[in-house]
Design a protein around this ligand. Structure first.
Ligand code: NAD
Length: 397
């Protein structure tokens, strides 16, 4: 474009962008689970494997899925632990082979959905010989993922998954992106979230909030991701406190789940930054639950990024119900970050890394691992020195 436009015109023109969309069917309805059998029939899947965690069995969701799928449900793995453990992925892969599955269901939070994605991706590699890094956005899976989320983590909308494994005497979470594993069928049923305890409602809700901010100021943000992030913020801001006050309130659970859908959608087409990168290190290596890490780190990361992202953060003012009183973008962004901090405090989440079992002596190692993370290095404010991360972690400690 050099030479075609004057400097003034260049300043006024919208930023260039790339955007990737994914082919999938999303069913969002109170009682959506009742549509599972018909949807699976429409897709033609015959041999399904269900991955889930023990909470779903006790809530009665597993037996309802078994009834809906009847003989099409050929295997169940219901021991999924947090953070998508490599050993568990291997166990599920063995089951997948034994039962010759043609689709895999993740029912629950980001961990069961992550296991389903990891298994689908591994099977694709085996069947096609095509490494994840060689895949293009239009490649379609042979063993697709079906996602039925019961938290607000948003994994059901994205092409990302992380797995945790032992490496060099420590555990680490490695994240990968594979467009084939974006769930082909997503069933959002607010009724499945009504028993989500207060702590998980808050922590996974704040995870969804974090998706919105990282999408708003992502180095690859685009008009669609921004619109989705702002829509999500509006719903989450309105519904999360009400869900915490009354978890059985179906209309607010519905609004919150719609916000989580949009937040996941916003994240699905952008590059994540420091916040997600550092939370993956805290989860994979220090064992902090993902949503809890989000609650502790988000205000610190937003403050860290403010100088580079004020104008993007300020876009959230209207969604958060802040009136424009002629403040500068920087002042508005500071107010937004402060409001986020207050919301997190009021939701009763832990505030410090020291409160969730992270020893101070681990911070230098965690900072090093974060510094080496591609996600952290995609942050809009450049991170040029590991000390920046150590200071950030010390503030959060
Ligand atoms: P989780 O899936 O690890 O679940 C946490 C706990 O919540 C479990 O004990 C589970 O049994 C319980 N639970 C889930 N739903 C429940 C319900 N309705 N009622 C009662 N208990 C319930 O937690 P999460 O925060 O949803 O997911 C975190 C994982 O997902 C992390 O590994 C994170 O990295 C990943 N994640 C991935 C993406 C992505 O885009 N790929 C996005 C967000 C999170």
């Amino acid at each position: 474009m050099m030479g075609l436009l004057s400097t003034t015109q260049e300043g006024l023109i919208m930023q260039a962008f790339h955007s990737t969309g994914f082919a999938h069917k999303v069913i969002f309805a109170v009682g959506a689970l009742e549509q599972l059998g018909k949807a699976v029939e429409d897709f033609g899947w015959q041999r399904l494997l269900l991955c889930t965690s023990p909470s779903q069995q006790s809530a009665g969701h597993v037996s309802r899925i078994a009834a809906a799928l009847s003989s099409r449900l050929v295997a169940i793995y219901e021991r999924v632990q947090p953070h998508v453990q490599d050993a568990q992925v291997s166990e599920v892969l063995t089951l997948a082979h034994q039962h010759a599955i043609d689709a895999v269901i993740g029912l629950g939070g980001g961990s069961p959905i992550g296991i389903a994605k990891a298994v689908s991706s591994a099977l694709e590699e085996e069947l096609t010989g095509k490494a994840v890094r060689a895949v293009t956005p239009i490649d379609q899976p042979r063993i697709p993922v079906i996602a039925i989320p019961t938290t607000y983590a948003g994994s059901e909308m994205t092409p990302f998954y992380g797995t945790t494994r032992a490496i060099e005497g420590t555990t680490r979470k490695t994240t990968l992106s594979d467009p084939r594993i974006v769930p082909k069928l997503v069933l959002y049923d607010p009724l499945l979230t009504c028993q989500l305890p207060k702590g998980l409602t808050a922590s996974t809700g704040v995870n969804a909030l974090a998706h919105c901010f990282e999408a708003l100021y992502s180095v690859t943000c685009n008009p669609l991701s921004t619109a989705a992030a702002l829509g999500a913020l509006r719903s989450i801001w309105n519904a999360l406190p009400s869900c915490l006050a009354d978890g059985a309130n179906i209309p607010v659970r519905t609004e919150m789940l719609a916000g989580a859908y949009l937040a996941g959608f916003a994240l699905s087409s952008v590059t994540m930054g420091l916040h997600h990168g550092i939370c993956h290190v805290l989860g994979g290596t220090a064992g902090v639950a993902h949503g809890i890490a989000n609650g502790i780190m988000l205000p610190h990361v937003l403050r860290f990024n403010l100088e580079a992202t004020a104008s993007q953060i300020a876009q959230a003012a209207d969604a958060l119900g802040l009136t424009d009183s002629g403040q500068s973008e920087t002042a508005l962004a500071e107010t937004i970050v402060q409001q986020v901090d207050v919301l997190i405090r009021q939701s009763g989440l832990p505030q410090h890394l020291r409160d969730v079992g992270v020893p101070a002596s681990n911070l230098p190692r965690l900072a090093q691992l974060a510094f080496a993370s591609r996600t952290v290095q995609s942050n809009p404010k450049p991170i040029t020195d590991v000390t920046q991360l150590l200071v950030l972690l010390q503030e959060a400690w």
